[in-house]
Ligand binder design. Structure first.
Ligand SMILES: [Zn+2]
Length: 134
């Protein structure tokens, strides 16, 4: 019966599972590969690589839209591209108390005034170092 065809639970495998009804994997190899992958996803190393990936992506998106220092852009556009404002490497505050969040050398500030939400994009300047490095 076609309904009984089961596909191996290992994400990297598309083989059908034969044999006992409660079997989930086509082979012992697939079973251990699947459990290894699950273990990796739950670990600290995996979390670090996820964060690294988000920061790398954020930086690339910021750099793409930051055509000149001080560019304003609708936050919606950035978010659609996958920008995640919760992840940044450090922040810097200017004399009027506005905080800019950076992903390495690319920074942004949320502007809640005017139509919709916007980001002001800036690049890291040498003189900002005094505030953040001890
Ligand atoms: Zn398999």
């Amino acid at each position: 019966m076609i309904n009984n065809i089961k596909i191996c639970k290992n994400e990297n495998c598309n083989k059908t599972v034969k044999g006992r009804r409660d079997r989930l994997f086509c082979s012992g190899y697939c079973k251990s590969e699947h459990h290894y992958a699950e273990h990796k996803k739950s670990g600290k190393v995996y979390f670090k690589s996820q964060v690294d990936e988000i920061l790398r992506k954020n930086r690339a998106i910021l750099a793409k839209y930051n055509t000149r220092n001080g560019t304003e852009i609708a936050s919606e556009i950035m978010l659609e591209k996958g920008f995640n404002p919760r992840f940044f490497t450090h922040f810097w505050t200017n004399l009027t108390g506005e905080t800019f969040y950076f992903c390495y050398d690319q920074g942004f500030k949320e502007n809640k005034s005017g139509f919709g939400d916007k980001y002001t994009l800036v690049t890291w300047q040498k003189e900002m170092e005094r505030q953040v490095f001890k």
